[in-house]
Design a protein around this ligand. Structure first.
Ligand code: NAD
Length: 501
């Protein structure tokens, strides 16, 4: 993959033609009332596009199109291998347009172009290809009955799936839902975050070319309280799959109860503990992982290692190493391929992060590094990586999800103590630990209440393994074959083989 230079990307940005309409029933259409929402570039604060602001009526059209497509069998009736082939075609088309997609993600989210090109896009491309390749290799079940009966347990698509997704990885988070939902025969309506609809609208423009029929895939850009709520409350949506904050996730459970009891799958917030024992096999590697764990994607990562626990004997030395790594990570122009940390997604999120930094200072934490808005002269929303030494866990910066580059570090003495601290959270998404002791590695990873545990690494993952959390971090899992469980129902068919029939 060629990274090019800043001028290449700036020039390419001037030539982009942005899709700004909703995608419903195979066509790009404005919102019926003509309403639009401004979408900005967080690296400058400039407006990038005015995108259709879908209302209830637009959501109704999209759900009706998805329902028609589903009932017609034009998609669900295809041989699984054929659906798989079309996902493979979609994957190849994203690969063909990878630079344009990467540029859209960078311009709209503020993330470094290198990250978009080397992570978001390759992972999205892999996601469509992996589910496309997998679907014709999965068998259903025959139950162990007596010889006078045959009982089959088959997986069936649910029908119309609505996906409501966040702004931090707009294409990737959606793809983790779209690919398994589509490949198992469902039709899909996606609502991107109001902040970042551009890459999913670009994805829509490839559907026809990939052979995905009209109505099978729809995108309704709009706000959460309007378009998101309309999907959550819709009586003709069979399943609502969500990634976003815990507060919004709770609303979707309420919407389901108030409407048709649709399935709700939630991938919500996190506050991942990152634990370094004094027998850590490689302190420099762990320090770099701690630095990357809080600065990657500007800290706007659900699994960010935002609570660092370091054993007493190595605390001072280890924190010096982390600080050295973090000092080298400076926010910069997202279109510069050397930039590793870009802009915060918008002014509101930047102010939220800055107010957490103030609360850390006021609540008794010691600011070790960072803490300031930088590059304000660009008009963009940049915050330098920030580290606090914390005297206890009773601080908002330790307990609440900040979703920015703010690390809280604390000392601990014993294994039991750190397990209790790590688990003392409403969240249970990711957790990491570093130790050379195999027994401790197994013991602690079993006791950590989290959906993902990393041992002697952090963030490592693959499409082959499930991704998701416990407690208020959510339910269900994205990625891996287990994601198919969310978008299919089991049907039992009992065939009486009695000779008298
Ligand atoms: P958010 O909850 O504000 O928004 C997520 C989506 O929900 C958006 O599309 C938004 O428009 C919609 N929404 C907002 N309010 C709504 C309402 N009242 N009714 C219906 N829909 C509504 O979250 P965000 O700020 O976009 O994303 C950040 C959050 O996402 C963080 O909490 C982060 O941890 C979480 N996240 C989780 C994962 C995971 O896999 N667990 C991955 C990425 C992000």
């Amino acid at each position: 993959m060629t990274l090019h230079d800043t001028s290449y990307w700036k020039n390419k940005a001037t030539q982009l033609s942005l899709q700004d309409k909703a995608y419903i029933d195979g066509k790009f259409v404005p919102a019926q009332d003509g309403g639009v929402l401004a979408v900005i570039d967080p690296s400058t604060g400039a407006t990038l596009a005015q995108v259709a602001d879908c209302q209830q009526a637009d959501v109704d059209l999209a759900v009706a199109a998805a329902r028609r497509a589903y009932e017609s069998g034009v998609w669900s009736g295809l041989h699984p291998r054929e659906r798989g082939q079309r996902l493979l075609a979609l994957s190849a088309l994203i690969q063909r347009d990878i630079e344009e997609f990467a540029l859209l993600e960078t311009l709209n989210v503020g993330k470094p172009i290198t990250e978009s090109l080397m992570f978001d896009l390759p992972e999205a491309i892999k996601t469509y290809a992996w589910y496309g390749e997998a679907i014709d290799k999965i068998y259903d079940e025959i139950a162990p009955t007596g010889s006078n009966a045959l009982a089959t347990v088959t997986r069936e698509p649910l029908g119309v799936i609505a996906a409501v997704v966040p702004w931090n990885y707009p294409l990737l988070m959606a793809s983790w839902k779209i690919a398994p939902a589509l490949v198992s025969g469902n039709c899909v309506v996606v609502k991107p975050s109001e902040l970042t609809p551009l890459s999913l609208l670009k994805l829509s423009s490839l559907m026809d070319e990939a052979g995905i029929p009209a109505g099978v895939f729809n995108v309704v850009p709009g706000t959460g309280p309007v378009a998101g709520q309309a999907l959550g409350l819709h009586n003709d949506v069979d399943c609502l799959t969500f990634t976003g904050s815990t507060a919004t996730g709770k609303r979707f459970m309420e919407y389901s109860g108030q409407s048709n009891l649709k399935r709700v799958w939630l991938e919500c917030g996190g506050k991942s503990p990152h634990i370094v024992f004094d027998d850590c096999p490689d302190l420099d590697k762990a320090a770099m992982a701690a630095a990357v764990g809080i600065t990657s994607n500007q800290g706007e990562v659900c699994i960010a290692g935002s609570r660092l626990y370091v054993q007493e004997g190595i605390y001072d030395d280890f924190m010096k190493r982390v600080s050295r790594c973090v000092q080298n990570i400076r926010p910069g122009d997202p279109l510069d391929p050397n930039t590793v940390m870009g802009a915060i997604v918008d002014e509101r999120q930047m102010n939220k992060v800055l107010s957490y930094i103030e609360s850390g200072k006021n609540e008794g934490a010691t600011l070790r590094l960072g803490g300031q808005r930088v590059r304000a002269e660009t008009g963009g929303y940049y915050i330098e990586p920030t580290i606090f030494d914390c005297p206890s866990d009773q601080l908002s910066i330790v307990n609440e999800e900040i979703f920015g580059p703010v690390l809280s570090a604390r000392r601990f003495n014993t294994e039991e103590e750190v397990i209790a601290c790590a688990n003392d959270s409403i969240y249970g998404l990711g957790a990491g630990l570093w130790t050379a002791n195999l027994g401790r590695a197994h013991r602690v990873s079993r006791k950590l209440r989290a959906g993902l545990v990393w041992v002697n690494c952090f963030f490592d993952s693959d499409i082959t393994v499930p991704f998701g959390g416990v407690k208020q971090s959510g339910s269900g899992r994205d990625k891996s074959l287990h994601a198919l469980d969310k978008y299919t129902d089991l049907k039992t068919s009992w065939f009486n083989l009695d000779a008298s029939n």
